[in-house]
Design a protein around this ligand. Structure first.
Ligand SMILES: [Zn+2]
Length: 268
């Protein structure tokens, strides 16, 4: 376009030099809005990334030297519970301790981000079944239905697992053992936290009954239980204990876990 022609266009359409940037700006705005909408829409549909059940987290205290230490596995049932489990995870993180959570499928489905956080922070998560039914009162197909539904939730939320099961009320029979498809984990120390709902009582119950290789039963649905955990960790450490997950405890003690078998402690 020659100089003369441009001058002529500017003269005949003086508004053009304003109109072009405005039209271009509006077009750019529409493109950006469209892209942002696309990004948001896509975020909603992104499948959850599979996560390892045993994630490697650097600087975990138990990754340090365990030589000469007594070992204990703290376990928490019935969660995840919004507010309670999250506060417990904060405490465990601050103390550099790990635990094993036996979670209900129905609650995992409601709070998947809490379960995912627990795994990310180095804890172990096993199944406590889907709906906390007393399995020994159910016909085998109903037992299978509950356990299978919980497994589906593990696939949804974590991409795999569960590798361990704790049956509600500690009640299992041959049908449960056949259907579980994982080892069944019981406990050797019952804190009775659900009964006392008192942090001091939970601390004393735990300290007076925990031995090297114990599996301690608690519930991450009571604030009083979470209140007890910092003192439990500090006083057990003062007594030369360190904290490991159930699978780690079994591995360290040389026990190969078998599907359908029951375990309540891994003493030396
Ligand atoms: Zn339970």
């Amino acid at each position: 376009m020659g100089e003369a022609m441009r001058t002529s266009i500017n003269k005949r359409f003086p508004w053009l030099k304003f109109a072009i940037p405005i039209v271009f700006g509006a077009f750019l705005g529409l493109v950006v809005a469209g892209v942002m909408h696309g990004v948001r829409g896509e975020t909603r549909n992104i499948p959850k990334a599979p996560m390892r059940i045993h994630s490697e987290v650097p600087n975990r205290v138990f990754r340090g030297d365990l030589t000469g230490k007594k070992l204990v596995a703290l376990t928490f049932d019935d969660g995840p519970a919004d507010g309670v489990t999250t506060r417990l995870l904060d405490v465990l993180k601050e103390k550099g301790a790990v635990a094993t959570f036996f979670e209900l499928g129905m609650r995992m489905r409601a709070y998947p981000h809490i379960t995912q956080r627990a795994i990310k922070e180095g804890h172990e998560v096993g199944s406590h079944t889907m709906y906390h039914q007393n399995l020994i009162t159910l016909p085998e197909d109903a037992i299978r239905g509950d356990i299978t539904e919980a497994k589906d939730v593990f696939r949804e939320v974590l991409g795999e697992g569960p590798e361990l099961t704790r049956v509600p009320y500690g009640n299992s029979n041959d049908a449960v053992k056949n259907v579980a498809g994982t080892p069944l984990v019981y406990w050797s120390v019952d804190t009775k936290d659900w009964e006392s709902k008192n942090a001091g009582a939970v601390v004393e119950n735990t300290l007076s009954n925990t031995r090297d290789g114990s599996i301690v039963l608690m519930h991450d649905i009571y604030d009083s239980t979470v209140d007890a955990v910092p003192e439990i960790i500090d006083r057990l450490r003062a007594d030369n204990f360190e904290f490991v997950t159930v699978s780690e405890l079994a591995e360290i003690r040389g026990v190969e876990l078998v599907s359908g078998e029951t375990y309540s402690k891994f003493e030396p």
